[in-house]
Design a protein around this ligand. Structure first.
Ligand code: ADP
Ligand code: MG
Length: 645
């Protein structure tokens, strides 16, 4: 068969669709294609495939995992070393009828074969809708899950998928701050998974909950009230979705102000989605209340952590994972079990029950709404009269940058473009594209004022300013390994997004990253260098050209690509781990061009261990195509962070 990806003879367990049907095990010829797993009868004597016995559509698969051997499965049918895998295809919606195809158990002859199939299947199902975050590690036999004794076949799994093996659903990826990254096809000959649905999270027709209130900025916008429900009508623009409120009003809403009504925690003030450990500690310490607490997504997908500050004993933060019993109940430090997380939190607001303190004071990050793309749907030209200038932030390549307010209430940064410093018409064209780029690790472009001179570029304001200065002066105590790696992770995720949009930064460096009030790092000035009118900056032999951040192919042939951004990212990591030292500080630009093209590389900073240094070094491979992608880097950095936490 031309389109078969894998073929193998396996033992298949009957699917026990009825509770009373006996279990049996039959040899079947399995063929995996891009669309389905089909299984056929087969003649063992002639080694020939016969009639089709059944199939599972790839797009309906929700989970692919190894299953622990079944204690009472017939030994003679299974080799001692054999193991099983399970493709649970369930709950597909067909003509309005929800039915359950149940788990499909297949027994392989060796672990190698099993692993090969699991790996391939996971690749194929990676972007399926509704992938499960939890699964049953043992079999469903005679009406009961052997792992958790639940008697409902559709009961939610009792084990959370390991993030390294399982692919969490897109919504959960969003929640646990591992952003959904589109695949980077490496081998064109390999069958590619279907295009990932964009954007992550809710789909048209779904109900969402407003995490923040939003006041309409244009007549096309719809007002959002915090905690209220809305129906999504149109998602064709990633950033502004059309929605309907309960009264039937329709209009555009900023897509990052709402979340899919899913885990039910969004409406609680104590739930801080997308917050990591150090941000939680920073927020708790800023509030500085004894018993101050919040609940955040744990670094393990689908799990939650309670972060709690106590002031006794010098004031420290403790982090408690919310655990789940085999029956799916929740508990914290001691075994007081609850059906839901809100019930559990409510209990611990009154009882310490094993923790250092009871949960006395809710610390919330929900007061500050995130930035929207533009200041209202479809608006990218901003009326300069709506801007108030408050103070000067600094001077850059294009002139003065000021902090100000838009309509007297929204913080903004305003770049006042010095005349003659920018190729303005080209930039204004480009700004329309830049406006559409939205990621929590990119500084958001809100709009431009182009009807007067100087023109203004209005962006999100980040109160901790430039990353380079922050590294040199802003980090008061000794930064922890987690803090430094988190900065690198932030940048890698913003850059992975740009890479997925085939957008090249061209001037990635710590000076072009900014830090917000929570310590989150965001990348700025992407693509802007193309509009600079200054030969010293644009020519690779110019004194302002970022020679220290450039790979040999840029220095020698001006060949920019996402891979030249990768090189710069390695140098940026080096800046982070040296707390802002100048790369190759003893060399001048001419010496750098000469030495780097002959193989010289930056040394390992003292704060970077071998693992961290190997990540930065991989960005400095001579051959551009051997360097990792940002998608790969983001995952590597995240994996290292998991290990540290
Ligand atoms: P340019 O890109 O024109 O060279 P910069 O982006 O370097 O200018 O801006 C100059 C300085 O202004 C930066 O070092 C930083 O301190 C400050 N700044 C720029 N943009 C922002 C912003 N969005 N939020 C906070 N500070 C900013
Ligand atoms: Mg800049």
């Amino acid at each position: 068969m031309s389109d078969s990806i894998l073929e193998q003879i396996f033992i298949k367990r009957s699917q026990q669709k009825k509770k009373t049907s006996p279990l049996n095990y039959k040899e079947r010829w399995f063929i995996l294609t891009q669309e389905k797993i089909a299984y056929y009868d087969f003649d063992p004597d002639k080694g020939k495939r016969k009639g089709l016995r059944g199939h599972v559509d790839i797009e309906k698969i929700k989970c692919v995992e190894a299953v622990q051997p079944e204690p009472n499965c017939p030994q003679e049918r299974i080799e001692p070393e054999s193991t099983t895998f399970d493709t649970t295809s369930s709950n597909s919606v067909s003509q309005g009828v929800v039915y359950d195809e149940g788990p499909l158990y297949i027994f392989a002859k060796s672990e190698d074969i099993r692993d090969q199939w699991i790996k391939k299947l996971k690749e194929l199902v990676r972007f399926n809708k509704d992938l499960m975050q939890k699964y049953h590690p043992c079999f469903w036999v005679d009406g009961v899950w052997l792992c958790c004794q639940q008697e409902v076949k559709q009961a939610m799994g009792c084990k959370v998928l390991d993030h390294k093996n399982g692919f969490a659903s897109k919504a959960s990826q969003r929640r646990c701050s591992r952003k959904p990254l589109p695949p980077t096809p490496k081998e064109p000959s390999r069958p590619l998974p279907p295009e990932p649905p964009e954007p992550a999270g809710p789909s048209v027709g779904m109900t969402v909950i407003a995490e923040y209130s939003y006041t309409p900025k244009t007549f096309q916008d719809l007002e959002l009230r915090k905690d209220e429900e809305y129906t999504i009508l149109d998602m064709s623009d990633d950033n502004w979705w059309r929605a309907r409120d309960k009264l039937g009003n329709e209009g555009y809403i900023p897509s990052n102000y709402v979340v899919e009504a899913k885990n039910g925690l969004e409406k609680f003030n104590w739930y801080c989605k997308n917050m990591n450990r150090s941000q939680a500690e920073q927020l708790l310490k800023t509030e500085n209340k004894d018993g101050g607490f919040l609940v955040r997504d744990s670094s393990k997908a689908g799990k939650y952590t309670v972060s709690l500050l106590t002031k006794s004993g010098g004031g420290s933060c403790r982090h408690y994972n919310i655990c789940t019993t085999a029956q799916g109940q929740f508990y914290l430090a001691e075994k007081h079990n609850f059906e839901t997380i809100p019930e559990l939190i409510n209990y611990h607001q009154h009882n310490a029950a094993g923790m250092v303190s009871r949960l006395k004071y809710i610390v919330s990050n929900q007061a500050q709404p995130p930035s929207t793309t533009g200041l209202g749907y479809g608006e990218w030209e901003i009326d300069p009269r709506s801007l108030t200038f408050i103070k000067e932030l600094g001077t850059g390549q294009f002139g003065v940058v000021k902090y100000g307010k838009w309509q007297g209430q929204h913080d903004v940064a305003i770049k006042m473009i010095k005349e003659g410093s920018m190729s303005e018409d080209d930039f204004i064209e480009e700004a329309k594209i830049m406006m559409k780029l939205r990621h929590e690790n990119l500084v958001q472009l809100y709009g431009v004022c182009t009807k007067q001179r100087p023109i203004y570029i209005v962006t999100e304001f980040l109160s901790n300013g430039c990353l380079l200065t922050y590294l040199r002066e802003g980090l008061t105590q000794h930064p922890t390994p987690i803090q430094l790696l988190e900065m690198c992770k932030d940048v890698s995720e913003g850059m992975a997004y740009l890479e997925s949009k085939q957008y090249i930064h061209r001037d990635l460096a710590a000076r072009n990253c900014l830090v917000d009030g929570n310590g989150t790092v965001k990348v700025t000035d992407f693509g802007l260098s193309r509009y600079v009118l200054d030969d010293e900056y644009t020519s690779s032999v110019g004194s302002k050209f970022p020679v220290r951040w450039s790979p040999p192919e840029v220095l020698l042939y001006c060949k920019f690509s996402s891979k030249s951004d990768i090189w710069a990212y390695g140098v940026l990591m080096w800046e982070v781990y040296t707390l802002g030292r100048l790369p190759y500080e003893r060399l001048n630009n001419t010496e750098i061009v000469d030495q780097v093209s002959r193989g010289l590389r930056l040394f390992r900073p003292q704060l970077a261990n071998e693992r961290v240094y190997s990540i930065m070094s991989s960005c400095w491979l001579d051959k551009a195509d051997e360097r990792p992608t940002f998608q790969e880097l983001a995952l590597t950095v995240q994996d290292l962070l998991y290990e540290l936490q």
